[in-house]
Design a protein around this ligand. Sequence first.
Ligand code: BES
Ligand code: MN
Ligand code: ZN
Length: 485
Amino acid sequence: MQIDFKPQFDAQAVAFLVHDADLSTIGDDAASEALRRAVEAAPRFAGKPGQIVEAMGPQGVNAKRLLAVGVGPGPSVRDFEKAAAGLVKRLLTTGVESLDIVGAPSTEACARLGLGAQLAAYRFDGYRTKLKDDKKPTLTTLGVVIDDVEAAETEFAPLKAAADGTAVARDLVTEPPNVLHPESYAERIEALSDLGLEIKVLDEPAMAELGMGSLLGVGQGSIRGSRLCVISWMGAGDKDTAPVALVGKGVTFDTGGISLKPGAGMEDMKGDMGGSAAVVGAMVALAKRKAKANVVGLVGLVENMPDGNAIRPGDILTSASGQTIEIHNTDAEGRLVLADVLWYAQENYKPRAIVDLATLTGAIVISLGHEYAGLFSNNDDLAGQLSAAGDAEGEPVWRMPLGGAYDKLIDSPVADMKNVGGRAGGSITAAQFLQRFIENDTPWAHLDIAGTAWRPGDAGALEPTWASGYGPRLLDRWIKDNYED
Ligand code: BES
Ligand code: MN
Ligand code: ZN
């Protein structure tokens, strides 16, 4: 979707922002009169964020279609996003090609309208060969009316970068696992060098050399080679400043391995690389807005398959850190992948902070549903920063506990640890496992996004069904607010 800022409306459809059902913002010309009558004919219209009433453009008015869209009483940035998203969803496939929005009170509101529109216009149609013409999107341009066009453009540019990053994450999570496997995924990541990102890919021999028996163990039942991709954006004035590290779980399909998952719903496990998609999307956003920060994204890409060569319950793996892991369940594979990637990140980059994202546990879905990601951290400041960024961008996190009593639950009788801690506190023992691979003085946070990377049903106009694209906006905001020159 092309998004423009302009001083006057001239599109086929024109939408007026209204606070509650207060129509004073829409003026008193012929268009406003038509809208006023339409609102009168819709007594339930209360101007809630995203709520819409439509009218035909009367004679003498250029716009053929008029809309009133609610932004609520004291609109937040999210209310503007929702209003634009509601409009885009309403008009996307109607045949209308252009829409202008009137009544934005500030350049910030303009930028958020643009963001909401872009997020809502997202589609994944590449595999449809029979999409009927009347189901194809027609709305291609959105104009937001504002006097200070340049200021609005400046404010929108970084949000557009974040929306592009979100779209990248959605695409990756939605891609089918026969198309997106570790090898093809790594190739896609390599192509991001076009954006000025520096990409390094480690293949299996390179990882074996580093002793990454934990990550490699997970991939060993797959015919696809595992990969570790390092994506760097060194945008700070001082390239020697230690970077922030973003680490992502990239299990391109999780069958459970020998501890095979039940069949029902297994197709969702193509999204088990959602943590890595959030990292890749965030790196795209940072590069596109030329963030003045040093950031390195590291993603462990593997496929967890049952096979004659797959790891078994009872096997003991040696991780790159030297710590040994007794496998009790091959379906607890994400932590095995992250163990080696976390170690690699600290060993090579001595990062100022590490945030990892992973669709790690079904238990976090039981705890928090599909609204909040679980946040685990060894550092209160970092936890606070991430909470604030999540709230600001509508990708919220909820802090969960860590502690020695939970840690004990993953002690193994024969190795340094086992890879599961039992049913109780399943998300917490998973986080404890990860913490065993974090050096004490490294500020670290783990986001369990198993409930938020994809969601069942209709999650509102800002999102497509299923793949939410959770993560890039939160991470981008966190870096912008805390690590930028
Ligand atoms: N990828 C799953 C977690 C998951 C479950 C993500 C549901 C999204 C939705 C992970 O690899 C897994 O299988 N975890 C197991 C851990 C258990 C064996 C300790 C789980 O949650 O059941
Ligand atoms: Mn699993
Ligand atoms: Zn998994």
